[in-house]
Design a protein around this ligand. Structure first.
Ligand code: FRU
Length: 493
């Protein structure tokens, strides 16, 4: 074996034995990943591209990684689809973008840096080999009447077709005002005409939530009688990625009119989602979940960044965006343990003694309570030194996610912005007096779907191999759990 081969083997073994590496979430074989890009179902197969650094587990030298799947669950790793060209427009990186089907020809739009310009590439029939267009850059600067900063921020093209016309939206900032989404159109995907701002934020407005100073990764979803604009908010001054929001309303006459808005996902680790419409007409979303552990720990681990589970996106009649786990995920369910009609008391026995694990799916229906707070704890060590708690505060109608004891390692949450928020909150009301929690635990990844609608996600890094326990919680009264289903999940690798 050569020294090189030995190194590769060592790396693989290290990655395989890493207790924080997820088992049924997508991530590249090694190194850095951020945003999902170019999501498309092409000839029946799902393609997932993503921001990727082949040189290590840190952001830099961004390529488009590529994976393909027949079932949305098991992914085959393919060679990088886009590589920065030395001396070219994208020498500084191939940043986020999308792929569309142009009459059977795959067309990829991405952000070349620096400066940030819109470029295109066309693909072969397997979406494996891509040729960058000679017409690049297709859009070489922000419109003259927009002060997008120096250097400007102008990126993440999202393209769709209406009739014979192609439209593109791009994220930007307007100095002194806030984030904005700009609209372009084209007849041939090559020549783009600026139409005007589609929708803009106000950096001074704090309610119902702050939309920061720069908007990136826009997606426009067109439902039957409503449109949804999804945007990720960045605070350029603090150099912080904040969170993703959505606006529901109407896209008409080249403007977006917002009627309702919300935070797409609670928790400090989710950012830059992308949505695709699959061949069955579903809107499917993946989002990037970044790491919480320190940069040194990420470098030592050899990987950083995970893709969320695939989610089905819809809007309800109140204009709220709803996300549910893709039904395909059920096929990963292995051994099941089910409990019915449990009465949980403040000092009741730890009823879930017989189930444990770090790769579980849990469905819990809380069906009535006299408690002030109730919920579930997971990744609990037998002595309780480590555990993560999910607690619903009845009076405040808020779900609390308490990570104060998630890990005995004080460095565990160094890297995340706002990582000091070890207790995070999500406002959510019970429905018909019930709270349904649907959890996916996958080692360091936690995704919680609440009332089949809202999502909370977080990252945890327990240190102890025996931190695998579960228990139900009820404080200040009793709580009835209608049913509790726990599945051990199969690995997708
Ligand atoms: C979002 C983002 C995009 C950009 C990419 C670079 O996380 O900042 O706006 O295209 O990441 O990797």
């Amino acid at each position: 074996m050569t020294v090189g081969e030995e190194f590769v083997q060592e790396q693989r073994a290290k990655l395989a034995s890493d207790p924080h590496r997820p088992q049924y979430h997508f991530l590249p074989p090694a190194n850095w990943m951020n945003d999902p890009n170019g999501l498309i179902q092409w000839k029946g197969r799902y393609h997932l591209f993503y921001q990727y650094n082949p040189r290590g587990p840190f952001h830099g030298d961004i390529h488009w990684g590529h994976a393909v799947s027949d079932d949305l669950l098991h992914w085959q790793d393919l060679p990088a689809a886009l590589t920065p060209t030395a001396g070219g427009l994208d020498e500084g990186g191939c940043w986020s973008g999308c792929i569309v089907n142009n009459d059977g020809q795959p067309a990829l739009f991405y952000t070349a840096v620096h400066p940030q310009v819109v470029c295109m590439a066309t693909g072969d029939d397997e979406l494996v080999r891509w040729r960058k267009s000679e017409a690049n850059p297709l859009i070489e600067r922000p419109p003259a009447d927009i002060d997008a900063g120096d250097p400007w921020h102008f990126r993440d093209p999202y393209v769709w077709k209406e009739g014979d016309t192609w439209y593109m939206i791009i994220g930007t900032q307007v100095i002194g005002q806030g984030g904005a989404i700009l609209l372009y159109r084209s007849g041939d995907l090559l020549a783009w005409e600026y139409v005007g701002p589609l929708f803009a934020g106000d950096r001074y407005q704090r309610e119902p939530f702050w939309t920061a100073t720069m908007w990136e990764c826009p997606n426009l979803l067109r439902f039957e009688n409503r449109d949804v604009l999804i945007v990720s908010f960045q605070d350029l001054e603090a150099r912080k990625l904040l969170y993703t929001g959505y606006f529901t309303g109407a896209y008409q006459d080249h403007r977006f009119e917002s009627q309702a808005q919300g935070v797409l996902e609670y928790g400090a680790y989710s950012y830059a989602p992308q949505v695709m419409r699959d061949e069955g007409g579903r809107y499917l979303l993946f989002t990037w979940l970044w790491e919480g552990r320190s940069e040194e720990a990420q470098r030592a681990a050899g990987w950083a960044g995970v893709m969320s589970l695939p989610r089905v996106v819809s809007v309800d009649n109140q204009g709220r965006l709803c996300m549910t786990p893709a039904p395909e995920l059920r096929s990963l369910r292995d051994r099941n343990v089910a409990f019915h009609d449990l009465e949980v008391t403040p000092d009741g026995p730890p009823v879930l003694q017989d189930v444990q694990g770090d790769a579980l799916e849990i469905e819990a229906e809380f069906a009535g309570t006299t408690a002030t707070r109730f919920g579930l704890a997971f990744r609990r060590s037998p002595d309780g030194e480590e555990e993560t708690r999910l607690l619903y505060d009845v009076e405040q109608e808020t779900l609390w996610v308490d990570r104060r004891r998630a890990s005995a390692d004080p460095e565990a949450h160094r890297a995340a912005p706002d990582s000091h928020r070890q207790v995070e909150r999500m406002p959510v009301a019970c429905e018909d007096g019930k709270l349904r929690l649907h959890l996916f635990l996958d080692r360091s990844v936690v995704e919680v779907y609440v009332n089949e609608r809202a999502v909370f996600s977080t990252r945890i890094y327990p240190t102890r191999p025996d931190s695998t326990g579960l228990r139900l919680l009820s404080e200040g009264g009793e709580t009835r759990v209608g049913c509790l289903n726990v599945w051990h999940m199969e690995s997708i690798w």
